[in-house]
Ligand binder design. Structure first.
Ligand code: ANZ
Ligand code: ZN
Length: 850
């Protein structure tokens, strides 16, 4: 008997899959397609357990669907532009391209060692010119359609490093590299008009029934549709007016001051002579504050009086105009009518600056006194102090006041979205060059299509200082203006890497297509993606941008679908307990020996279960796992230990258990080999044989249902484990080799999506030459599920007194008769009167006697 040698088996099958390109697919209109995609990895260097889990989940579905006969597209590639490559360049002097492509080569070999069923012919990296050139073309088409534009906006700027920082690179307002204070600097940047699609992006969330609700909710909140009014407040002593956006026009009569964003264009012009210097100082101060923190209210709420007043258009009161740090310029109109009695933020602000209050909504039975109010009333109520609207319910008053404002010409109903246009300019080298030129005469000029691609030059040195290396690369920088022939400068910014990941899934349909970004017929065949799998951290940005791009590409007539991802699965994290030593800090698991630190012998302190991370050293290296147990065990454990959407707690015993299980299956096949290798297998069977056959078919049914659309891989694997137990429990003397063979083959087939090398190997051991996919996914025989007989418990006055075995389809009367004829039951009812017999079909008979 052969030993289970995972390494040898895995190598052999992987080589075969590679040579035969076993998972390469083409468009075939005669076959039903299934497009399965896992979020592609960033080539950071090595795969980690999160990848193993994510891609194992996807691979089960891919292989399962293939065995069911679908034409399955399951591609893999690399999200290859981005900062870490530049950081590596800065730290180690390696060129970002070299670093990236070396990482890709290594990670590709790691993925191949996991045995994932990818169509490797479709692989690409987003930093390949043949990918990003088409992204540049899409940009030009968007430019023609007015879907992209340039405007100035604020970015995080580090003066000493002369560079723009991403939000993640700003820690507590300081640069992550030099620890200097970060400023907000105004730069001209390119934007994508995602807001044009806000309504459609919102509406379609109600049709995405294959997405998890929390993700849809996050998208809806991010899009943030608010209905309300814009209202004009005339500036006292001037012809100008300040327009506010409010969702609470019912509180208009209580607006006792106005607060503007410090960036508001009227802020300086409103400042009176006495207030001018404090206003200027305040604007400068807020400019240094982080915008996201301002929005979330992390900063202390503060403001400054401008010296100006405006007129509440319904009360005709003069109200002071303030600047406030919590008002943002890029929401609504950048101006807020402040109602301290009904908005807590305004209440606190008014208290701080001694601004009068006016109550306009009163809940039933309450009488607020502004002098004694301790907080704003934000609930519903009846309108007061609001002229003709008094006495109305405040919700009704919203409608009435909105109508009134429109009639009087002092306001209008509006819809506002929290969603902002997508700023895509990054002042970085390692990204797709934005195909724009600047000419002194013609201004911003798009690069003509026939001059694409704008190739990212390789001969640069990346130091991280003094701005983008592209701005110092003369050969790249200077060119001729295609419009006037004069001198032009190239745009030196590159795209946000989220642009690449917004359409890669469409390029997988036609990765070699050379006439445009997307071969429409191929895309129409494969799209939409039937199942997308990835981390919840992408719930908003990536998934929203990808939906936006799908709609843009549709409107550019490049493809047909409205939505890219029919079903979405967000998998949980891989976690492990942390360990530390009082002296040496965090320890890798292998640095713990017999509960002690391997460096100093002190007792190791076990910590909480946390997401695996290098910084806390609670990591398992997939390579080590593969070397020790094989890829199949690694796959099996990551699928068995937890349902995909839940966090997975790593534990070594669990891995061992999976390995032992595979060995047990291996032995079951070899132990019974002689019995089942007879060609003339008979199916006729004993009772034991019938039971095993029933369990075999039940298992097929359960595993199929557990995989298909529901991802209950853990319970599917458990069911197979039980079937294996039944095989071990099956008495060979029963001599039903046909039943035994069917059970063994079923185990091997059902395990194939989970442990493909292992299953292929045993399938051939069992004498099949065609490969497991040819066998197809097993289907259950409904007749085999039916039990011939059932054992039923018999109670007398509620106490169990016996058991009877009856035909499974026996009528109630027959069951009752059998129960009353059971020997022990007869003893307990002898001499008594049977009052009632209760039959619970298929389960129980209770005889009531007295
Ligand atoms: C008056 C008012 C009274 C408001 C009241 C609220 C409560 P959503 O629902 O998120 O759209 N607002 C408007 N523009 C703003 C900006 N640029 N920065 C900060 N706050 C702004 O929020 C709309 C409300 O947010 C608006 O309604 C406005 O305050 C404030 F008792 O107007 B409200
Ligand atoms: Zn020009």
């Amino acid at each position: 008997q052969e030993r289970y040698d995972a390494a040898a088996i895995e190598e052999r099958w992987q080589q075969q899959w590679d040579e035969q390109q076993s998972f390469a697919v083409t468009e075939d209109s005669a076959r039903q397609k299934y497009y399965l995609l896992e979020m592609f990895p960033y080539p950071s260097g090595r795969i980690h357990m999160g990848h193993v889990r994510n891609y194992s989940i996807g691979d089960v579905v891919a292989r399962f669907k293939r065995m069911q006969g679908f034409n399955v597209l399951h591609p893999m590639g690399w999200d290859a532009f981005g900062m870490p490559a530049e950081n590596a360049a800065i730290q180690h002097g390696t060129h970002p391209a070299k670093w990236t492509y070396e990482n890709i080569a290594h990670m590709r070999s790691q993925l191949k060692k996991m045995g994932f069923a990818y169509d490797w012919q479709r692989e690409f990296a987003t930093c390949d010119v043949d990918y990003y050139r088409w992204e540049q073309l899409i940009f030009l088409k968007m430019y023609e359609k007015g879907l992209t534009y340039k405007k100035s906006s604020f970015v995080n700027w580090c003066e000493p490093c002369q560079t723009v920082l991403a939000n993640e690179q700003v820690e507590d307002g300081r640069c992550w590299r030099c620890d200097c204070e970060v400023e907000q600097k105004e730069l001209e940047q390119w934007f994508f008009k995602i807001t044009d699609y806000a309504q459609e992006l919102l509406d379609e969330t109600y049709n995405l029934s294959g997405w998890p609700d929390p993700v849809l909710t996050m998208q809806r909140n991010w899009i943030g549709r608010s209905t309300g009014c814009e209202i004009d407040f005339p500036v006292d002593g001037s012809d100008n007016a300040i327009t506010v956006f409010t969702t609470r026009q019912d509180t208009l009569f209580g607006a006792t001051f106005m607060s503007l964003a410090p960036e508001h264009p009227m802020a300086l012009e409103l400042a009176s002579a006495e207030q001018r210097s404090v206003v200027e100082a305040f604007i400068a101060k807020v400019r240094r504050q982080d915008k996201t923190k301002r929005a979330s209210g992390d900063y202390e709420k503060e403001g400054v009086f401008t010296g100006a007043f405006c007129i509440n258009p319904v009360t005709l009161q003069r109200i002071p105009v303030y600047l406030a740090n919590f008002v943002l310029m890029d929401y609504g109109t950048g101006a807020v009518m402040a109602v301290p009695t009904h908005d807590q933020r305004d209440f606190e602000f008014a208290g701080k600056y001694d601004i009068p209050l006016q109550v306009v909504i009163q809940p039933e039975g309450e009488a607020f006194d502004p002098a004694t109010m301790t907080e704003a009333w934000t609930g519903p109520g009846v309108m007061v102090n609001s002229a003709q609207f008094d006495g109305l319910d405040n919700e009704a008053a919203k409608e009435k006041i909105a109508d009134y404002l429109e009639q009087e010409g002092i306001g209008r109903k509006t819809v506002n979205f929290r969603l902002r246009d997508w700023g895509v300019s990054r002042q970085r080298y390692w990204g797709t060059p934005i195909p724009i030129l600047y000419c002194d005469v013609c201004g911003a000029v798009p690069v003509p299509e026939d001059q694409l691609p704008v190739v990212l030059p390789q001969d640069v040195s990346v130091s991280g200082e003094g701005g983008s290396p592209l701005a110092r690369h003369e050969a790249f920088l200077y060119t001729d203006c295609p419009q006037c022939g004069g001198k032009a400068r190239r745009e030196t910014d590159t795209f946000d890497t989220f642009v690449e990941s917004s359409w890669y899934f469409a390029r997988y349909a036609c990765p070699q297509f050379s006439d445009g970004p997307i071969d429409r017929s191929a895309a129409d065949y494969w799209l939409p993606i039937d199942q997308y799998i990835g981390g919840i951290e992408h719930a908003v940005m990536h998934l929203l941008y990808a939906r936006f791009f799908t709609k843009v590409l549709r409107d550019l007539d490049m493809m047909t679908v409205d939505e890219p991802f029919t079903n979405l699965l967000t998998q949980g994290m891989v976690c492990m307990e942390t360990r530390s030593c009082p002296e040496h800090g965090w320890l890798f698991p292998e640095e713990e020996v017999d509960g002690c630190c391997s460096k100093c012998g002190q007792k190791v302190i076990l910590g909480r279960n946390e997401k695996m991370s290098k910084s806390k050293k609670n990591v398992v290296d997939p390579d080590q796992l593969i070397n020790r147990y094989g890829a199949d065990t690694a796959r099996l454990f990551s699928l068995f230990a937890a349902p995909p959407e839940k966090d997975l707690e790593w534990n070594e015993q669990g891995v061992e258990g999976c390995y032992r299980f595979l060995n047990r299956v291996w032995r079951a096949v070899y132990d019974n080999f002689d019995l089942v290798s007879d060609a003339s297998l008979q199916r006729e069977s004993s009772d034991g044989g019938k039971a095993l056959r029933r369990q075999t078919h039940r298992t097929i049914k359960k595993v199929t249902e557990d995989i298909d659309g529901s991802f209950h891989f853990n319970t599917a694997i458990s069911a197979v484990m039980e079937l294996v137990n039944a095989i071990y429990g099956f008495d060979a003397k029963e001599q039903c080799p046909g039943v035994m063979r069917e059970a063994l083959e079923t185990v091997v087939l059902l395990l194939a999506p989970f442990v493909p090398h292992f299953s292929e190997e045993l399938w051939s051991v069992l004498g099949h030459t065609g490969g497991i996919e040819q066998a197809g996914w097993p289907t259950f025989d409904p007749a085999a599920l039916v039990e011939d007989e059932k054992t039923i418990v018999v109670q007398v006055n509620g106490k169990v007194r016996g058991k009877v075995t009856v035909p499974a389809d026996a009528a109630e009367e027959a069951v009752q008769a059998a129960a009353l004829a059971e020997d022990n039951v007869i003893r307990f009812i002898e001499g008594k009167t049977v009052r009632k017999v209760i039959v619970v079909p298929g389960r129980l008979v209770n005889v009531v006697v007295s």
